[in-house]
Write a protein that binds this ligand. Structure first.
Ligand code: TYM
Length: 321
Protein backbone atom coordinates (compact mmCIF):
# COMPACT_ATOMS: atom_id res chain seq x y z
CA UNK A 1 0.00 0.00 0.00
CA UNK A 2 1.27 3.48 -0.79
CA UNK A 3 0.96 5.87 2.18
CA UNK A 4 1.41 9.56 1.59
CA UNK A 5 1.80 12.87 3.42
CA UNK A 6 3.02 16.43 3.13
CA UNK A 7 4.00 19.01 5.72
CA UNK A 8 4.28 22.75 5.24
CA UNK A 9 7.62 24.29 6.21
CA UNK A 10 5.95 27.41 7.53
CA UNK A 11 7.51 27.38 11.01
CA UNK A 12 8.81 24.99 13.66
CA UNK A 13 7.20 21.54 13.54
CA UNK A 14 5.00 20.99 16.60
CA UNK A 15 3.55 18.04 18.46
CA UNK A 16 0.26 18.41 16.52
CA UNK A 17 2.22 17.66 13.33
CA UNK A 18 3.99 14.82 15.09
CA UNK A 19 0.92 12.97 16.37
CA UNK A 20 -1.39 14.00 13.51
CA UNK A 21 0.92 12.90 10.72
CA UNK A 22 4.66 12.30 11.16
CA UNK A 23 4.36 9.45 13.67
CA UNK A 24 1.83 7.61 11.50
CA UNK A 25 4.17 7.94 8.52
CA UNK A 26 7.21 6.70 10.41
CA UNK A 27 5.25 3.76 11.88
CA UNK A 28 3.86 2.88 8.42
CA UNK A 29 7.32 2.33 7.00
CA UNK A 30 7.56 -1.22 8.35
CA UNK A 31 4.79 -2.51 6.10
CA UNK A 32 4.04 0.10 3.48
CA UNK A 33 5.56 2.13 0.74
CA UNK A 34 5.84 5.61 2.24
CA UNK A 35 5.90 8.82 0.20
CA UNK A 36 6.48 11.97 2.28
CA UNK A 37 7.36 15.46 1.13
CA UNK A 38 7.94 19.01 2.33
CA UNK A 39 5.17 21.21 0.92
CA UNK A 40 7.22 24.34 0.22
CA UNK A 41 4.90 25.62 -2.54
CA UNK A 42 2.02 25.51 -0.06
CA UNK A 43 4.08 27.42 2.50
CA UNK A 44 4.46 30.27 0.00
CA UNK A 45 0.86 31.23 0.76
CA UNK A 46 2.24 32.57 4.06
CA UNK A 47 6.07 32.71 3.90
CA UNK A 48 7.11 35.27 1.30
CA UNK A 49 10.75 35.73 2.24
CA UNK A 50 12.89 33.55 -0.01
CA UNK A 51 15.77 33.00 2.36
CA UNK A 52 13.41 32.20 5.23
CA UNK A 53 11.49 29.67 3.13
CA UNK A 54 14.64 27.84 2.07
CA UNK A 55 15.84 27.75 5.70
CA UNK A 56 12.48 26.46 6.91
CA UNK A 57 12.47 23.83 4.17
CA UNK A 58 15.85 22.45 5.27
CA UNK A 59 14.77 22.66 8.90
CA UNK A 60 11.58 20.66 8.26
CA UNK A 61 13.53 18.07 6.25
CA UNK A 62 16.11 17.76 9.05
CA UNK A 63 13.33 17.34 11.64
CA UNK A 64 11.49 14.72 9.58
CA UNK A 65 14.66 12.66 9.10
CA UNK A 66 15.50 12.93 12.79
CA UNK A 67 12.02 11.68 13.67
CA UNK A 68 12.58 8.50 11.73
CA UNK A 69 11.65 8.82 8.08
CA UNK A 70 14.07 6.34 6.54
CA UNK A 71 15.35 7.43 3.12
CA UNK A 72 16.44 3.85 2.30
CA UNK A 73 12.90 2.54 2.68
CA UNK A 74 10.81 5.59 1.83
CA UNK A 75 10.61 8.31 -0.78
CA UNK A 76 11.24 11.71 0.79
CA UNK A 77 11.54 14.93 -1.20
CA UNK A 78 10.73 18.63 -1.52
CA UNK A 79 7.57 19.50 -3.46
CA UNK A 80 9.20 22.02 -5.79
CA UNK A 81 11.76 19.44 -7.00
CA UNK A 82 9.06 17.54 -8.91
CA UNK A 83 7.88 19.98 -11.57
CA UNK A 84 5.04 17.73 -12.74
CA UNK A 85 3.00 18.73 -9.71
CA UNK A 86 2.39 22.19 -11.14
CA UNK A 87 1.50 20.67 -14.48
CA UNK A 88 -1.12 18.35 -12.98
CA UNK A 89 -2.40 21.28 -10.90
CA UNK A 90 -3.42 23.02 -14.11
CA UNK A 91 -5.11 19.97 -15.58
CA UNK A 92 -7.10 19.53 -12.37
CA UNK A 93 -8.16 23.19 -12.29
CA UNK A 94 -10.56 22.58 -15.15
CA UNK A 95 -12.30 19.96 -13.02
CA UNK A 96 -12.59 22.08 -9.89
CA UNK A 97 -15.85 23.96 -9.47
CA UNK A 98 -15.45 27.39 -7.82
CA UNK A 99 -18.09 26.39 -5.25
CA UNK A 100 -15.92 23.50 -4.05
CA UNK A 101 -13.07 25.90 -3.23
CA UNK A 102 -15.40 28.52 -1.75
CA UNK A 103 -16.52 25.89 0.78
CA UNK A 104 -12.95 24.95 1.82
CA UNK A 105 -12.50 25.57 5.58
CA UNK A 106 -8.91 26.77 5.26
CA UNK A 107 -9.98 29.55 2.89
CA UNK A 108 -13.24 30.39 4.69
CA UNK A 109 -11.55 30.57 8.11
CA UNK A 110 -8.84 32.95 6.91
CA UNK A 111 -11.34 35.21 5.14
CA UNK A 112 -13.54 35.19 8.27
CA UNK A 113 -10.50 36.39 10.27
CA UNK A 114 -10.17 39.33 7.91
CA UNK A 115 -7.04 37.99 6.16
CA UNK A 116 -7.18 39.14 2.55
CA UNK A 117 -6.94 36.05 0.39
CA UNK A 118 -4.75 35.72 -2.67
CA UNK A 119 -5.32 33.23 -5.48
CA UNK A 120 -2.85 30.70 -4.08
CA UNK A 121 -4.77 30.46 -0.82
CA UNK A 122 -8.00 29.95 -2.77
CA UNK A 123 -6.44 27.36 -5.07
CA UNK A 124 -4.51 25.64 -2.24
CA UNK A 125 -6.75 22.50 -2.28
CA UNK A 126 -6.18 22.03 -6.02
CA UNK A 127 -2.41 21.95 -5.54
CA UNK A 128 -2.90 19.54 -2.65
CA UNK A 129 -5.07 17.36 -4.91
CA UNK A 130 -2.26 17.42 -7.48
CA UNK A 131 0.22 16.34 -4.79
CA UNK A 132 -1.86 13.33 -3.90
CA UNK A 133 -3.13 12.31 -7.36
CA UNK A 134 0.30 12.53 -8.97
CA UNK A 135 1.59 9.48 -7.12
CA UNK A 136 -1.13 6.80 -7.27
CA UNK A 137 -1.65 7.08 -3.55
CA UNK A 138 -3.77 4.66 -1.48
CA UNK A 139 -3.90 6.27 1.95
CA UNK A 140 -3.24 9.75 3.37
CA UNK A 141 -2.86 9.83 7.19
CA UNK A 142 -3.82 13.34 8.35
CA UNK A 143 -5.13 15.32 11.29
CA UNK A 144 -8.81 16.25 11.26
CA UNK A 145 -8.09 19.68 9.75
CA UNK A 146 -6.94 18.11 6.46
CA UNK A 147 -9.83 15.65 5.91
CA UNK A 148 -11.76 18.09 3.75
CA UNK A 149 -8.71 18.59 1.54
CA UNK A 150 -8.44 14.86 0.86
CA UNK A 151 -12.17 14.77 0.12
CA UNK A 152 -11.72 17.63 -2.36
CA UNK A 153 -8.91 15.64 -4.04
CA UNK A 154 -11.26 12.66 -4.39
CA UNK A 155 -14.00 14.87 -5.78
CA UNK A 156 -11.67 16.40 -8.39
CA UNK A 157 -10.33 12.94 -9.34
CA UNK A 158 -13.87 11.62 -9.86
CA UNK A 159 -14.69 14.53 -12.18
CA UNK A 160 -11.45 14.05 -14.12
CA UNK A 161 -12.03 10.28 -14.44
CA UNK A 162 -15.62 10.86 -15.58
CA UNK A 163 -14.27 12.86 -18.48
CA UNK A 164 -11.26 10.72 -19.45
CA UNK A 165 -11.63 7.24 -17.94
CA UNK A 166 -10.07 5.58 -14.95
CA UNK A 167 -6.74 7.43 -14.80
CA UNK A 168 -6.41 8.88 -11.29
CA UNK A 169 -6.55 6.69 -8.19
CA UNK A 170 -9.01 7.83 -5.50
CA UNK A 171 -7.14 8.29 -2.20
CA UNK A 172 -8.54 7.44 1.24
CA UNK A 173 -7.79 9.58 4.27
CA UNK A 174 -6.88 7.96 7.57
CA UNK A 175 -7.39 9.76 10.88
CA UNK A 176 -6.38 8.33 14.23
CA UNK A 177 -9.27 9.44 16.46
CA UNK A 178 -6.99 9.67 19.54
CA UNK A 179 -4.88 12.38 17.93
CA UNK A 180 -7.28 13.83 15.34
CA UNK A 181 -6.98 17.29 16.89
CA UNK A 182 -4.05 17.82 19.23
CA UNK A 183 -4.86 20.78 21.50
CA UNK A 184 -2.54 23.74 21.87
CA UNK A 185 -1.58 25.48 25.12
CA UNK A 186 -4.87 27.41 25.07
CA UNK A 187 -7.03 24.34 24.39
CA UNK A 188 -7.80 25.30 20.76
CA UNK A 189 -6.38 23.17 17.92
CA UNK A 190 -2.57 23.39 18.04
CA UNK A 191 -1.57 25.51 15.06
CA UNK A 192 1.28 27.78 14.02
CA UNK A 193 -1.26 30.40 13.00
CA UNK A 194 -2.79 30.48 16.52
CA UNK A 195 0.61 30.85 18.23
CA UNK A 196 -0.28 28.06 20.70
CA UNK A 197 2.23 25.39 19.72
CA UNK A 198 4.64 23.20 21.64
CA UNK A 199 7.56 22.53 19.32
CA UNK A 200 9.10 19.12 18.82
CA UNK A 201 12.65 20.43 18.87
CA UNK A 202 13.33 23.51 20.93
CA UNK A 203 15.50 24.83 23.64
CA UNK A 204 14.67 23.19 27.00
CA UNK A 205 14.08 26.46 28.84
CA UNK A 206 11.87 27.90 26.11
CA UNK A 207 9.93 24.64 26.05
CA UNK A 208 9.30 24.83 29.79
CA UNK A 209 8.24 28.47 29.51
CA UNK A 210 5.68 27.52 26.85
CA UNK A 211 4.36 24.62 28.91
CA UNK A 212 3.98 26.86 31.97
CA UNK A 213 1.62 29.02 29.89
CA UNK A 214 -0.86 26.16 29.36
CA UNK A 215 -4.25 27.44 30.44
CA UNK A 216 -5.62 25.58 33.51
CA UNK A 217 -8.37 26.02 36.10
CA UNK A 218 -7.53 27.91 39.28
CA UNK A 219 -7.96 25.39 42.12
CA UNK A 220 -6.17 25.59 45.51
CA UNK A 221 -3.17 23.28 45.79
CA UNK A 222 -4.63 20.95 48.48
CA UNK A 223 -7.87 20.26 46.62
CA UNK A 224 -8.49 17.46 44.10
CA UNK A 225 -8.33 18.56 40.47
CA UNK A 226 -10.31 17.56 37.42
CA UNK A 227 -8.15 15.82 34.82
CA UNK A 228 -11.01 15.45 32.35
CA UNK A 229 -10.86 18.41 30.01
CA UNK A 230 -7.60 19.68 31.57
CA UNK A 231 -5.26 20.96 28.85
CA UNK A 232 -2.15 19.67 30.64
CA UNK A 233 -3.65 16.19 30.98
CA UNK A 234 -4.93 16.15 27.40
CA UNK A 235 -1.46 16.86 26.04
CA UNK A 236 0.30 14.53 28.49
CA UNK A 237 -1.91 11.54 27.61
CA UNK A 238 -0.57 11.59 24.03
CA UNK A 239 2.82 10.56 25.40
CA UNK A 240 1.71 8.14 28.13
CA UNK A 241 0.67 4.50 28.19
CA UNK A 242 -2.47 3.37 30.00
CA UNK A 243 -0.81 2.80 33.39
CA UNK A 244 0.95 6.14 33.26
CA UNK A 245 -2.37 7.86 32.42
CA UNK A 246 -4.05 6.21 35.41
CA UNK A 247 -1.18 7.23 37.68
CA UNK A 248 -1.50 10.84 36.52
CA UNK A 249 -5.28 10.77 37.01
CA UNK A 250 -4.70 9.62 40.59
CA UNK A 251 -2.32 12.50 41.24
CA UNK A 252 -5.02 14.93 40.06
CA UNK A 253 -7.70 13.30 42.20
CA UNK A 254 -5.53 13.00 45.32
CA UNK A 255 -5.01 16.76 45.69
CA UNK A 256 -1.90 18.23 47.29
CA UNK A 257 -0.27 19.10 43.97
CA UNK A 258 -0.89 22.17 41.85
CA UNK A 259 -1.10 22.44 38.06
CA UNK A 260 2.47 23.73 38.21
CA UNK A 261 3.60 20.25 39.26
CA UNK A 262 1.71 18.60 36.42
CA UNK A 263 3.23 21.07 33.99
CA UNK A 264 6.73 20.25 35.20
CA UNK A 265 5.93 16.56 34.78
CA UNK A 266 4.62 17.19 31.26
CA UNK A 267 7.74 19.16 30.30
CA UNK A 268 9.89 16.27 31.48
CA UNK A 269 7.82 13.66 29.64
CA UNK A 270 8.03 15.60 26.37
CA UNK A 271 11.74 16.29 26.76
CA UNK A 272 12.48 12.59 27.40
CA UNK A 273 10.22 11.42 24.57
CA UNK A 274 12.17 13.37 21.98
CA UNK A 275 15.63 12.78 23.47
CA UNK A 276 16.75 10.08 20.99
CA UNK A 277 15.39 12.12 18.09
CA UNK A 278 17.29 15.20 19.29
CA UNK A 279 20.50 13.24 19.07
CA UNK A 280 19.73 12.15 15.53
CA UNK A 281 18.74 15.72 14.67
CA UNK A 282 22.10 17.01 15.86
CA UNK A 283 23.75 14.61 13.40
CA UNK A 284 21.70 15.80 10.42
CA UNK A 285 22.08 19.43 11.52
CA UNK A 286 25.85 18.95 11.23
CA UNK A 287 25.50 17.15 7.87
CA UNK A 288 23.18 19.38 5.84
CA UNK A 289 24.80 18.27 2.57
CA UNK A 290 23.75 14.73 3.34
CA UNK A 291 20.18 15.97 3.90
CA UNK A 292 20.27 17.73 0.51
CA UNK A 293 21.54 14.54 -1.18
CA UNK A 294 18.74 12.52 0.42
CA UNK A 295 16.16 15.04 -0.83
CA UNK A 296 17.56 15.03 -4.36
CA UNK A 297 17.57 11.23 -4.50
CA UNK A 298 13.99 11.23 -3.17
CA UNK A 299 12.92 13.75 -5.81
CA UNK A 300 14.36 11.51 -8.53
CA UNK A 301 12.31 8.55 -7.25
CA UNK A 302 9.16 10.66 -6.88
CA UNK A 303 9.65 12.10 -10.39
CA UNK A 304 9.68 8.61 -11.86
CA UNK A 305 6.28 7.85 -10.33
CA UNK A 306 4.99 11.28 -11.39
CA UNK A 307 6.13 10.85 -14.99
CA UNK A 308 4.11 7.66 -15.36
CA UNK A 309 0.86 9.37 -14.38
CA UNK A 310 1.60 12.54 -16.34
CA UNK A 311 2.20 10.59 -19.52
CA UNK A 312 -1.28 9.13 -19.23
CA UNK A 313 -2.79 12.51 -18.31
CA UNK A 314 -1.14 14.27 -21.27
CA UNK A 315 -2.28 11.54 -23.58
CA UNK A 316 -5.96 11.32 -22.55
CA UNK A 317 -6.44 15.08 -22.36
CA UNK A 318 -4.99 15.64 -25.81
CA UNK A 319 -2.13 17.75 -24.50
CA UNK A 320 0.13 15.23 -26.24
CA UNK A 321 -0.74 15.57 -29.94
P1 TYM B 1 0.27 21.13 7.92
O1 TYM B 1 1.68 21.43 7.55
O2 TYM B 1 -0.56 22.21 8.51
O3 TYM B 1 0.24 19.92 8.95
C1 TYM B 1 0.91 18.70 8.68
C2 TYM B 1 0.12 17.54 9.25
O4 TYM B 1 -0.06 17.72 10.66
C3 TYM B 1 -1.43 17.60 10.98
N1 TYM B 1 -1.76 18.51 12.10
C4 TYM B 1 -2.45 18.14 13.18
N2 TYM B 1 -2.97 16.97 13.55
C5 TYM B 1 -3.60 16.92 14.75
N3 TYM B 1 -3.72 18.00 15.59
C6 TYM B 1 -3.20 19.20 15.26
N4 TYM B 1 -3.31 20.23 16.09
C7 TYM B 1 -2.54 19.33 14.00
N5 TYM B 1 -1.92 20.34 13.34
C8 TYM B 1 -1.46 19.83 12.18
C9 TYM B 1 -2.18 17.99 9.72
O5 TYM B 1 -3.50 17.46 9.71
C10 TYM B 1 -1.30 17.41 8.66
O6 TYM B 1 -1.61 16.06 8.44
N6 TYM B 1 -2.03 21.12 3.53
C11 TYM B 1 -1.19 20.35 4.39
C12 TYM B 1 0.14 19.98 3.74
C13 TYM B 1 -0.04 19.19 2.50
C14 TYM B 1 -0.46 17.83 2.40
C15 TYM B 1 -0.47 17.52 1.01
C16 TYM B 1 -0.82 16.86 3.35
C17 TYM B 1 0.20 19.65 1.24
N7 TYM B 1 -0.08 18.65 0.33
C18 TYM B 1 -0.84 16.25 0.56
C19 TYM B 1 -1.21 15.59 2.88
C20 TYM B 1 -1.22 15.31 1.50
C21 TYM B 1 -0.90 21.18 5.63
O7 TYM B 1 -0.96 22.38 5.62
O8 TYM B 1 -0.48 20.46 6.69
Amino acid sequence: MRVFTGIQPSGDLHIGNYFGSIKAMVDSQAENEVFAFIANYHAMTTVQDGRRLSELTMQAATDFLALGIDPEKSTFWVQSDVKEVLELYWFLSSFTPMGLLERAHSYKDKVAKGISANHSLFAYPVLMAADILLYDVDVVPVGKDQIQHVEIARDIAIRFNNAYGDILKLPEFRVDENVATVPGIDGQKMSKSYGNTINIFGDEKAQLKTIKKIVTEAVPMEEPKEWRGCNVYNIAKLFLDEDECLALQERYERGGEGHGHFKLYLAEVIWEHFRPYREKRAYYEAHQDEVRDILKAGAAKASEAAREIMEKVRSVTGAAY
